[in-house]
Design a protein. Sequence first.
Length: 255
Amino acid sequence: MTFVGYGLSYFDRLPGGRAGSLVARYMPRLASDASRYVLEEAQPSPTDVSPDNPGITKLRYNLDVRIERSDILFTLRSDNSGTLSDVLAWFAGSKKLRGHAVASPAWGGLIRFTSSRHMFVQMGLPKAVARRRRTHRAGHRHDRPRAPDGSPLLPPAQLPGGRRHACYIRMDGPGFDAMDVPGGGRLPKLQFTIFVPSSEFFRTLRTSQASLDLQDKYGVSVEDNGIERFLTATRRQNFLVPPRRHCAFPLTELA
């Protein structure tokens, strides 16, 4: 277990909730505006499909973005998917690790696991998944990131961590979320995690990335404004990742 993040719904469960003295006293605040916390509700980004963004449509999948409200996010990492599955089952109460009897955490009904999402760490995995599931887009997935002319953007030796990519994939199957793809398609679905100082930082970053203001200012067509029209964000949520010394149910030690 490498990271533990806490959503706003977790802090709502503390005495007094977000308006209580615990959160008011100890939750980090923005340096630029002491009236705001570093953790705020996620918002639809400017190019997300949402009632907040009338007129925004996507090339294929026009699905309203959902603001999720999970209490806690556990992030586990391993080079072996079997190890992750074993640990996830142990967390949920299997009482076994590598075939040996090991007591699972005594959650006592405190936690209900709602979903799990897998990371891919190998070049070409989306293509392999597409081939295995015989999706009609299999021939359009490349082993390496490529420019519009088809040339690779980076040779393998220059990719951070060698053969590793810093992105996540949600899989459809037992123990995983069903895909949010119209028609029940079994297409791979990316999930990105980013660590930033505050929710406001990410909101500003995402607004700048969309560049709708520059698109209007310079008369750029939607088709020429990057890859925004190809991306459909279906879920968003912000989490606070506390220091390791407070990573187990933060602020409850002060209640």
